[in-house]
Write a protein that binds this ligand. Structure first.
Ligand code: C2E
Ligand code: MG
Ligand code: MG
Ligand code: MG
Length: 283
């Protein structure tokens, strides 16, 4: 009987699955407090123009300092925030913090754009553009220095509503960037329909460019495509000087990656900005 039962396809739930699920549930329950109790923090990663090695912006990436579990990365809690209704408060916090920091840099004479990641769900909330407008106004940050990064899946789930919201943000002067470009499969149609300013080529294509001929072809094709559509291009996943040089040769506009800097806390970022040790490796 036991042998026969083994052949029946069914999912085996182990004790570990239960532990995992309970842990996720607990994390999701802790999330609303995380925003209120100041447990979220932003790390900043520079975005650099290739032609003159100028830092032109940062991407603000959220982390969660959990009181018991320590530092948690966004891939582990953004999906929970999306599933538990905390994503709105989280996004609002990230925007506020990012825009405030951007205005501090501006006051110091550093005109850096600030890129913030926006979940699909947010693009279905009609009051989102007003919230962004209020924050920009209150803090006094120019809309054209704010970039909202969305993934293709964000648009696909409800095209007409997302388009309306994205159009309003565009009218406000906010930049729209398509993140992880190349990993979705309906990208091209949206590039024509939406007021997109920039695409970010997914790091999976960029990271291994010098070893994988296929990846180089993909990057080159995406660069050509973006050029013909008049879009600016950020290559993510620039991990070393060699990749930088290849991108430079391919006439790519902008780079982001561990080669210049990992995402770091604000003090580390500001110290890095002054010294920029990465440039030595290109000499
Ligand atoms: P993303 O927007 O594509 O951000 C880039 C991710 O790639 C970051 O991971 C960054 O640390 C990593 N990265 C940057 N350069 C390199 C490189 O040269 N090599 C490699 N291997 N990786 C690199 P992180 O910070 O763990 O963020 C993961 C994802 O979480 C982000 O991917 C974004 O989709 C999401 N995320 C982060 N912050 C937020 C947020 O405030 N709201 C929402 N909705 N999502 C966020
Ligand atoms: Mg991003
Ligand atoms: Mg990305
Ligand atoms: Mg991603």
């Amino acid at each position: 009987y036991a042998a026969k039962r083994d052949k029946v396809p069914f999912t085996v739930y182990t004790h570990e699955d239960d532990v995992e699920r309970r842990q996720q549930l607990r994390l999701a329950q802790d999330l609303p407090d995380a925003v209120i109790n100041n447990q979220l923090l932003l790390n900043y990663q520079p975005i650099v123009r290739i032609s003159d090695q100028q830092v032109i912006g940062v991407e603000a990436l959220v982390r969660w300092m959990h009181p018991k579990q320590g530092l948690i990365f966004p891939d582990s809690f953004i999906p929970l925030a999306e599933g538990s209704g905390s994503i709105e408060a989280l996004t609002e916090w990230v925007l506020e913090e990012g825009i405030r920091q951007g205005s501090r840099w501006l006051a110091d004479g550093n005109r850096l754009s600030v890129s913030v990641n926006i979940s699909a769900l947010i693009l279905h909330n009609p009051s989102f553009p007003d919230m962004v407008a209020r924050k920009l106004e209150n803090i006094g940050f120019p809309a054209e220095l704010l970039k909202l990064e969305i993934t293709e899946s964000a648009i696909i789930s409800d095209v007409s509503r997302a388009t309306e919201i994205v159009n309003r943000l565009h009218e406000m002067g906010v930049c729209l960037s398509i993140d992880d470009f190349g990993t979705g499969y309906t990208s091209l149609a949206y590039l024509r329909k939406l007021p997109v300013d920039e695409i970010k080529i997914d790091k999976s294509f960029v990271m291994n460019m010098m070893h994988a001929a296929d990846d180089e072809v993909i990057v080159r094709t995406l660069l050509d495509l973006a050029k013909s559509l008049g879009l600016s291009v950020v290559a993510e996943g620039v991990e070393d000087a060699l990749i930088w040089r290849i991108l430079e040769a391919l006439d790519c506009d902008v780079a982001q990656g561990y080669f210049m800097s990992r995402p770091v806390d604000i003090d580390t970022f500001n110290a890095w900005l002054k010294v920029q040790p990465w440039k030595d490796e290109l000499k």
